[in-house]
Ligand binder design. Structure first.
Ligand code: GLA
Length: 353
């Protein structure tokens, strides 16, 4: 029976050709802005998804995951089609499908996957899984694709194969985040800036608190919010809400139906918060992130309405225990909360939450 002690060689009877890793992420600020062509500011987690892999030449993709708990899953590369692969195997299967759809002549592989990124916690374990497979295929098949190109293929796997209409933040974070920096990403053209962040030097720490709740309404609600934003942009005659700034917001709001106004207010104010956060980090004042994070949470709670009682309570508890700022991170409806704290107060704030 398969256990997490199974090595690649035990599973597949030969040695792997290499090992790849891709991290989970927390987003510091910039939520629900990526699919509006806006700004985001994620950092990589130390936790990663790892893949050991070797090519095959017979059109078969074999997958085994230490967390999946089952036997080896065997897929025929030629039969990969959107919706055809249920469960976690859909992410690696989707990446191979997306590569072939894009015209790359890739064959099968044996893959052994292992992860310490918590799943279902809003920390992008699925993007890390997609990206580690994309990176492995890129090297194994000598495709020569850049990190942003691989991120776009991974996003296409998730959008078109798995069927989740996510933006580009998580895949770009998994491919492009660097140690010691936050990734300032412009989702409109995928330009990036590595913004140095050294919380320890400032006596600070960032807590990532998994509420362990995941509300089911998340999937349908995400798609509905995304299409609400696209509708608002269309009414305003804009390519995306990114094109609207704080100065133009009051006039724009008068042209929108009541139900779309709070969405637009969130996206415009959130883009400004990302820029303010980058300015605070570049000015060497990371504690100034605190109020920006807390304002971002209020906007997600009151305008975008993707928080939930559990994340609201975790944020309030962190602030009451002395955090400089706190907010939910990720898509919402549960998942994780981040809190910026004095390093010496980290245990106390975590215990209070
Ligand atoms: C999920 C999606 C991202 C992004 C966030 C919200 O994590 O995968 O693309 O939209 O939600 O900021």
């Amino acid at each position: 029976m398969s256990t997490s002690a199974n090595t690649f060689t035990e599973l597949y009877g030969r040695a792997p050709e290499g090992e790849w890793a891709a991290p989970g992420r927390v987003n510091l600020i910039g939520e629900h802005t990526d699919y509006n062509d806006g700004f985001v500011l994620p950092i990589a987690l130390p936790q990663t998804v790892r893949a050991r892999a070797a090519r095959r030449t017979d059109g078969v993709l074999r997958l085994w995951s230490a967390q999946g708990g089952g036997p080896v899953t065997e897929l025929r590369v030629a039969d990969l089609a959107p919706g055809a692969v249920p469960g976690w195997a859909g992410y690696p299967g989707g990446v191979v499908w997306a590569l072939r759809e894009a015209g790359y002549r890739v064959d099968g592989a044996d893959l052994r996957l292992d992860s310490d990124v918590p799943s279902g916690a809003g920390l992008s374990s699925s993007a890390a899984l997609e990206c580690v497979v994309a990176a492995a295929y890129n090297d194994l098949y000598g495709l020569g694709l850049s990190a942003p190109e691989l991120a776009l293929l991974a996003q296409r796997a998730e959008n078109a194969f798995v069927g989740v209409p996510c933006g580009i933040m998580d895949q770009m974070a998994a491919m492009c985040c660097r140690p010691g920096a936050a990734l300032f990403l412009d989702s409109r053209d995928l330009t990036i800036r590595q913004v140095p962040i050294d919380l320890a030097a400032a006596g600070l720490a960032l807590l990532v608190l998994d509420t362990r709740v995941k509300h089911d309404l998340g999937d349908g609600a995400y798609a509905a919010l995304r299409s609400g934003c696209e509708k608002a942009a269309a009414v305003l005659g804009l390519p995306a809400l990114r094109s609207l700034d704080a100065a133009g917001l009051p006039a724009a709001l008068t042209r929108l139906p009541a139900e779309l106004q709070p969405l637009v207010r969130h996206v415009v104010s959130e883009n400004a918060r990302v820029q303010a956060a980058v300015a605070a980090l570049e000015a060497g004042d990371p504690a100034a992130l605190g109020p920006i994070l807390t304002a971002g949470h209020a906007s997600l709670r009151d305008d975008y309405r993707v928080s939930c009682p559990e994340t609201d309570l975790a944020v309030e508890a962190a602030l009451a225990a002395g955090a400089y700022g706190a907010r939910m991170t990720g898509g919402g409806f549960g998942g994780s909360v981040i809190a910026l704290v004095d390093a010496t107060a980290a245990d106390r704030v975590a215990a209070a939450v």
